[in-house]
Design a protein around this ligand. Sequence first.
Ligand code: FMN
Length: 307
Amino acid sequence: MNLEDMTLSFISEHMPFFFEYWPFIITGIVCLLAAVVLFKTALETPGDECLPPEQDMFDELNELDEMDEDESEKNQEDESVVPALPVDLKHIPFEFSRMSHEESVKKSKEFLDMMSKRRTVRFFSTDPVPVEILKNIIMTAGTSPSGAHTEPWTYVLVSNPEIKQKIRDIVENEERINYERRMGDVWVTDLKPLKTDWEKEYLTTAPYLILVFKQLYSFKENGMKKMHYYNEMSVAIAAGILLTAIHYAGLVSLTSTPLNCGPAIRVLLERPQNEKLTLLLPVGYPADDATVPDLSRKPIEEILVEI
Ligand SMILES: Cc1cc2nc3c(=O)[nH]c(=O)nc-3n(C[C@H](O)[C@H](O)[C@H](O)COP(=O)(O)O)c2cc1C
């Protein structure tokens, strides 16, 4: 008996099941391996090259959140040794004068009426605006609350026509791609009633552009990194106060979140790497023939849940 016969007889004697069904068993193993390889490849393959912008933005935010968490962990030890605010920070009496309920009702109603007139304006006049007004507006935004009083914001005020043109070029280049390739039919269709497109003339006609940067972190006096907790939320609240202050000062603006333009604009404006562009607001007076979409606001029953 040769070696081959001996092997076969050994298998048939000791592994009768395998001997009878080996073609099926081998096929099964090969299929299983192929399925595992295919599954792993599918998980690792990046999706569509042109992700929808929401996805880009989502990824970007996730990335930052992750970064915040990592950085936060790294800084735990450092934070416990040297707090960002002085340990013996003085606490002072709070200045407050209580209004009557009638006065409060009146003021809240007046404020509601005033804020109801705030609109996003897309057509600007080139009329100049004293810079002092813009500084007061930005200081008002600076009164916003912030996580652990980190004040994680930088406002870049641009009036230089050449820089405005460069910003417009960056935004229009990206917006053209956004509208033509990235945004998809649903988004573009949703925007049609607002009559927005990739052309952003207001970026050069408005006398000012305010660029709101959020600071992911900063540095303490001892050079250690200072974490900016909830920087996203803090800057969003400050932006609301900024828009309110612009409106209260008799000016108009357009809230915009220039998609995919952040890094190029940050470099153009020479802002450091710990800052991320969140909003771009042209500010000024409306053009004489400016129009706005005829929008209505949800009634209180739809936005308030009283318990
Ligand atoms: C986060 C955010 C991003 C926005 N981005 C844009 C934008 O890129 N372009 C634009 O024309 N309007 C933009 N808007 C303005 C909205 O379209 C506008 O607020 C909305 O249509 C309601 O109009 P109103 O502000 O006049 O009440 C944005 C608003 C917000 C809050």
